[in-house]
Every structure is written in C-alpha cells, then in structure tokens.
Design a protein around this ligand. Structure first.
Ligand SMILES: NC(=O)c1ccc[n+]([C@@H]2O[C@H](COP(=O)([O-])OP(=O)(O)OC[C@H]3O[C@@H](n4cnc5c(N)ncnc54)[C@H](O)[C@@H]3O)[C@@H](O)[C@H]2O)c1
Ligand SMILES: O=C(O)C(=O)C[C@]1(C(=O)O)C=C[C@@H](O)C=C1
Length: 339
C-alpha cells in the first residue's frame, strides 16, 4: 500500500466492495487514516478476494505470486516490468493479467498517494496466449474504473519500450547529476530550469529503481548502447551548424509527437497556454480557481521549474477554453500566451 497501491485504493473507493490491505502495520494504519484501505488483512485472507492488485517492489511481487497461489479470484500487478512477473504468475497457475500504469512520481509511500493519479493515463495490460479473455476484460474494466486507459501490449514488447521510455531516462538523470556533482560541490546550486527538468527523476526511490533496472537489464543494455551511439554521433557533429540544426529540428518533431495524459479527446482539439507567474505561495490556486470557477477544465498542467522568483505554468486546455482562459487570466492581471 505505497504510492501506487494507495492510489489504487483511493481511486477505487466507493466503486468496489471492501478494500483490504496487506503491508506493514504502520503503513496500513496510515493507509486506513487516508481512506486508501478499509481494513488490514493477511495474504491468506486475500487469497479469497475477487481481485488482488500486487503493488510492492518487483522482487517482492515475484515472491508474493508464489505465496498467493492458489488464489480464488483474479490477480493483477502494477510493476514497471512485465516479462518475468507474467512468466512467474503463469508458472503458479494464477488467473493473472499483468498491468502497469504509466503514471507515478519520484515520490513514494502511501502519504503521497492520490485518487486522481491514474486519471487519463495510459495503463498497460500484458495478456499472453494463456490469458483468459474474460479475466482480461475484468481487469480492463477495473483500470477504467481507476480513470485510466487500458492498452494491451505483449510483456516482452512492453519491457523493450520501457527500457527506452522510462528506465533509460532514470539512468540519464542519475548520470547527469553525477557529472554535475563531480565538477564541484556547489555546481548544482547554479543549475537552471533545464537541468532541473532533466533530473527530477534522479530523486526517485533508490531501492525501487535498483529492482526495476536489474529486472530489465537486457533490454536496458540495448537502450544504453543506442543512447551512447546517439551521443557520440551528436558529439562528432557539434561544430557542424547545419547538421546540429537538422538534429534539433528532428528532435523538436519527435518531442511534438510525445504522448501525454490521454484524456478522452474524441473530436476535441487542445492548446497549450503558458502563464508566467511569480514563484510565491497561493499562485497556483489563484490560476486554477479562476479557471475552475468559470467552468474551464484543465486537461493537463506542468510547471516550468525555476529556482528564481518566477515560474511558468503550462496548461493544456481544449482550444475553445484556451482562448477564454487567456482573456480571463489577462483581465485578472496575469500574462497568458498561447503556445
Ligand atoms: N513510483 C512510480 O512512479 C511507479 C509507477 C508505476 C508503477 N510502479 C510500480 O509500482 C510498484 C510499487 O511502487 P511504489 O512507487 O508504490 O513504491 P512504494 O515504496 O511507495 O510502495 C511499495 C509498498 O510495498 C510494500 N511492500 C514491500 N514488500 C511487501 C510485501 N512483501 N508484501 C506487502 N507489501 C510489501 C512497502 O511496505 C510499501 O508500502 C513497483 O513495482 C513499481 O515498479 C511505480
Ligand atoms: O513521473 C515519474 O516520476 C515517473 O518516473 C513515472 C514513471 C515514468 O514515466 O518513468 C516511472 C515508472 C513507472 O513504471 C511509470 C512511470
């Protein structure tokens, strides 16, 4: 019942029956006080549950699969890698569908759990030829109930994709932080928004990430090789302005194709609005309250981090709302630029 398990509990609350939690007593006490779980339970008791969601670190999930077997109901997990876990679950004969929400944060623990963590996020499900189709449909309905969007992919393909899209960026953050720390002890204090954006996940939970990286080592080896090749290529072209421009044009096109929050946008076009703000308490509430009280829904939001006195909120809104929001924000004295 940590960050992800707690968020599952909070998101499912009210829409499912009793939610039982298995973890250390102090974690369960906190989870119950936050409303993420109805009551503490045991592995033996949850063998009888309709649905078991395993949300421990990967190495623990592999052990738990054996301890859960035989389970009466359906079992799923949330782990960041899938091939080994799916194989293990099938070996134990569980009625299992592997899962992985593409949502989370560098924080851990149930204290950081949020009921809206999965809203609009992609949620991988990794059925194999041995998966019961009805079990897949049930887990898929549960994922939708959490507010997420199920996406089926084979376990091996999932792990290959995650090596580049999630695990490599975590290693890059750690490497970048090391390179800067090695310059001098105070070098990091001079870093600006670009360095901060690129290294946020360097503060992720060390033992959780040691688990993830070891589990996906073969695929990650390939991704690291490709990355080292790309860096060497860029390094050899630095003096060649034309090829650098071409590389950055290619990079910008790739960046624009990035997936974000997958809000159901059938027939809806969206726009980004940058709102420069003073970096002071309450400023986010002022912007979001102004939009909320005018029935403008924020589809996605990020902060261009800054250590200085100013920051920029970048809001994704549907196109019509974006124009209205720009007008309202300007009338209220904020700058607001459509990107
Ligand atoms: N953090 C993320 O952004 C993220 C996103 C998607 C998926 N995941 C996956 O979710 C899982 C959990 O990650 P988290 O970020 O919630 O970690 P967390 O540290 O916040 O929570 C893990 C919880 O598991 C508990 N635990 C450990 N061993 C256990 C056992 N044997 N039985 C019962 N509980 C046990 C711990 O006490 C802790 O409360 C991992 O497998 C991770 O790969 C994480
Ligand atoms: O937002 C973050 O901090 C994350 O690291 C989330 C993130 C990722 O995007 O890599 C990390 C691991 C998960 O398996 C899924 C999502």
């Amino acid at each position: 019942m940590g960050l992800i398990g707690g968020s599952v509990g909070l998101a499912a609350r009210g829409a499912v029956g009793e939610i039982l939690g298995v973890d250390r007593p102090e974690v369960l006490e906190e989870a119950a006080s936050l409303g993420a779980v109805d009551r503490p339970s045991t592995l033996k008791e949850v063998r009888e549950a309709d649905l078991v969601v395993l949300a421990a670190p990967i190495s623990r999930i592999r052990e738990l699969l054996g301890k859960l077997s035989p389970a009466r109901g359906l079992v799923t997990d949330v782990a960041s890698t899938k091939t080994g876990i799916v194989r293990e679950a099938e070996r134990h004969g569980l009625r299992f569908v592997g899962g992985h929400p593409m949502a989370g944060s560098q924080l851990s623990g149930v204290a950081n759990a949020r009921p809206d963590l999965f809203r609009g996020a992609r949620y991988f499900l990794t059925p194999t030829e041995r998966t019961d189709p009805e079990a897949y449909r049930e887990v898929s309905r549960f994922v939708q109930l959490l507010g997420a969007i199920p996406t089926a992919v084979a376990p091996e393909k999932h792990d290959l994709l995650m090596a580049t899209l999630s695990h490599l960026p975590h290693l890059m953050a750690a490497a970048l932080l090391k390179v800067a720390s090695d310059i001098s002890p105070e070098a990091l204090s001079f870093a600006g928004p670009a360095f901060r954006d690129l290294t946020r996940v360097g503060s992720s939970n060390p033992s959780l990430w040691a688990d993830i990286l070891a589990e996906n080592a073969p695929a990650l080896g390939e991704a690291l090789g490709a990355f080292a090749g790309a860096m060497a290529q860029l390094g050899s072209e630095i003096q060649d302005r034309r090829s650098m421009e071409r590389r950055f044009r290619e990079a910008r096109r790739a960046y624009e194709a990035l997936g974000g929050i997958l809000v159901d946008r059938k027939g809806m076009s969206s726009a980004e609005l940058a709102v420069p703000v003073e970096n002071r308490p309450g400023v986010l509430a002022e912007v979001t309250t102004l939009l909320g009280s005018n029935s403008i829904n924020i589809l996605d939001l990020y902060v261009r981090h800054s250590n200085t006195e100013r920051a920029a909120l970048v809001l994704t809104l549907n196109s019509e709302d974006a124009r209205r929001a720009q007008k309202l924000l300007r009338e209220a004295g904020f700058g607001a630029e459509l990107l």
